[in-house]
Design a binder for this molecule. Structure first.
Ligand code: C2E
Ligand code: MG
Ligand code: MG
Length: 598
């Protein structure tokens, strides 16, 4: 500060005056530059849609200058208030966080103040803000002023929460998805661990849902899933968590599940709601559910393992006839691991040339001639040896591998049949087993067309064997394909007849050429009185519909004789020949053209 003194001489006064003017100019320059900086800062704030705040931690006085205030609906863009007052505008759930972060910065524990919180608007809603700040401290490090910026980040927050929702919830049903389900399961287990309670994990899989999806289209499939999800959600309510794991698989977490009766009551309710029909466009659709149950702490304390165990138990339910529930046991676990290992070996079976075909002769009962053969798939695995088709075919069907295998069987069998026709100069009939997944998206029809073209085999020499179950379960999906195959001249036969639903109505509806009476009836011919009666009834009925009959699994002369007496058209079984490799069947064809039937 300049001080004027009366003792100064005139020249000294002049000097002082000069110095004073220089100081004033200097101050004016500083002020101008400050104004410029402030203006620049204000512009930058405006550009960034942010505001300024200035707070005195001692008096609690708070100054806010921000477009935010207009957004809040205060109708002004500056506000002089106190931090206590400001807290009234902060969302109740964010107050604690806001104060904690602020206090940490004031104590010097953080370099900057940085906090995202919600602020109430005059209209009654909330907006999200981001506040940055820095405390100015005295020599002792005590904060005496805090200055910072504040801006509206509602849009970003909404976008983030949308992303978060997408990452955690299923888009179709709105239920928690697998990611969130696993998080919830982990926290349920954590809670159960500290409170020494149990948790039940229920793996729920819809039965026959794929049929709806594949045959009626994804729109109807989606509609069905939404409806079932709603029912499951309603059914579980507050008792637990329900999530969609994907496809037609759901997960239910039941905390405090120490009583089996309570778990089973939930299962019964779930089964009940899933089996009620779903009406879509005036049509009723039916599904049921298979449930697998795994328990914490009995079965595992690891969330992923519990889910896997519940999944394995669910497969057990499917195997036991579906529409039910089953608890996990160590045996089920072992079986699941075995199945999984086998499936991984099976995946390489084709490329590692472990698959082959055997041929079992089909004999004309009247002439005793071999009219053809059934092609039967074999898997020789280095790890397991010769695996029975009853073991690996269901595995191939479940994993979808059957489509690739089925193509290979069709190619090989038709090539072989064409070869035998050429070699013997006689018609040779080849029967090939087909499974449901091969029918999807018109695959089988396309493949059959291509194979017949490539091998030049006459379509009438090919017979496709389907199981009764396939027809019953998938009437609409296969019906069209079967009609197309028939119009090409390919024959259709029903395998293992009598073991499935034995609903004969479909014989009229589907273009069937042949019925193969299951070997369980044939083997019982001389044991139970019902079997002979049933066999003759089947033959009579089939003939009345213009359908041929093959007796399967003929092992004795008396069985063969009985079938012939009843008018059965063809026979197949160990009595004539076991399934043979192509070379062995070649010999059989040459040396034993016909059996002496008596
Ligand atoms: P399937 O189509 O009913 O085939 C007849 C089964 O009965 C064959 O069993 C055959 O070896 C057996 N068999 C034939 N005659 C007799 C007999 O006199 N006594 C006894 N005890 N059994 C006899 P395999 O080869 O084990 O095949 C089992 C099933 O696996 C087949 O039953 C068929 O459903 C399925 N399968 C086999 N190959 C294929 C294939 O290429 N594709 C599909 N999708 N399934 C196949
Ligand atoms: Mg068969
Ligand atoms: Mg059969």
């Amino acid at each position: 500060m300049l001080k004027l003194s009366s003792k100064n001489t005139w020249s000294e006064l002049l000097e002082e005056n000069k110095a004073l003017s220089a100081r004033v100019t200097e101050l004016e320059q500083v002020e101008a530059s400050l104004l410029e900086t402030e203006e620049r800062y204000a512009l930058a704030m405006k550009g960034a849609n942010e505001g300024l705040w200035d707070w005195d931690p001692v008096s609690k006085e708070l100054f806010l200058s921000s477009r935010l205030l207009t957004t809040i609906g205060m109708g002004k863009d500056t506000l002089k208030t106190t931090s206590h007052e400001w807290l009234n505008w902060v969302h109740a759930d964010d107050c604690e966080k806001y104060q904690r972060v602020l206090s940490q910065h004031l104590k010097g524990k953080t370099e900057f103040f940085h906090c995202e919180y919600r602020v109430r608007t005059c209209a009654g809603g909330y907006i999200w803000v981001l506040a940055h700040g820095l405390a100015l401290r005295n020599a002792e490090g005590i904060a005496y002023r805090m200055v910072g910026s504040i801006g509206d980040i509602t849009q970003r927050k909404n976008y983030e929460s949308k992303l978060l929702h997408q990452a955690n919830y299923d888009y179709l049903t709105g239920l928690p998805n697998r990611v969130l389900a696993m998080e919830r399961l982990s926290s349920s287990l954590e809670y159960a661990r500290t409170h020494e309670t149990s948790v039940a994990v229920l793996f729920v899989d819809l039965d026959n849902f794929k049929k709806i999806n594949d045959t009626l289209g994804h729109d109807i499939g989606d509609h069905h899933l939404k409806e079932i999800s709603l029912r499951l959600h309603y059914c579980i309510g507050e008792t637990g968590v329900i999530a969609r794991l994907g496809g037609d698989e759901f997960l239910v977490i039941l905390p405090n599940a120490s009583e089996k009766e309570a778990i089973e009551r939930v299962c019964s309710r779930l089964l009940d709601v899933t089996s009620q029909p779903v009406t879509i466009s005036g049509y009723e659709f039916f599904t049921s559910a298979s449930i697998g149950i795994a328990l914490y702490p009995d079965d595992s304390s690891d969330p992923t393992e519990l889910l896997r165990h519940a999944d394995a138990a669910m497969y057990q339910t499917k195997g036991a006839g579906r529409d039910g529930y089953c608890y996990f046991t160590p045996e089920i676990g072992e079986l699941a691991v075995k199945k999984l290992t086998m499936e991984s070996h099976l995946r390489h079976a084709l490329e590692r040339e472990q698959l082959s075909l055997n041929y079992q002769s089909i004999v004309d009962v009247k002439s005793g001639e071999i009219i053809g053969a059934e092609a039967l798939l074999r898997w020789q695995c280095p790890e397991y040896g010769q695996v029975s088709p009853d073991q690996f075919i269901p595995l191939a069907e479940e994993s979808g591998l059957i489509v690739m295998f089925g193509d290979w069987v069709l190619e090989k069998a038709c090539q072989q049949a064409a070869y035998w026709q050429e070699k013997t100069g006689k018609p040779f009939h080849i029967a090939v087993n087909v499974a449901f997944p091969q029918f999807r998206d018109g695959h089988l029809v396309r493949k059959v067309k291509q194979v017949l073209q490539d091998t030049k085999l006459d379509a009438a020499s090919l017979e496709l064997e389907l199981t009764e179950r396939l027809l019953m379960e998938d009437e609409q999906g296969c019906g069209e394909a079967l009609s197309e195959l028939r119009s090409m001249g390919v024959k259709i036969s029903i395998d293992d007849f009598g073991t499935g639903y034995s609903a004969l109505t479909y014989l009229k509806r589907f273009p069937v050429n042949t019925l193969k009476i299951d070997r369980s009836f044939v083997s019982d011919i001389n044991i139970t009185p019902e079997s002979p009666a049933l066999i003759s009834a089947i033959i009579m009925m089939a003939h009345a519909l213009g359908i041929d009959v093959v007796g399967e699994g003929v092992e004795t002369q008396s069985q063969q004789r009985f079938l012939r007496e009843q008018g059965c058209d063809y026979v197949q079984g160990y009595y004539f020949s076991k399934p043979l490799a192509a070379e062995a069947f070649d010999e059989l064809l040459l040396c034993k053209e016909e059996w002496l039937l008596s």
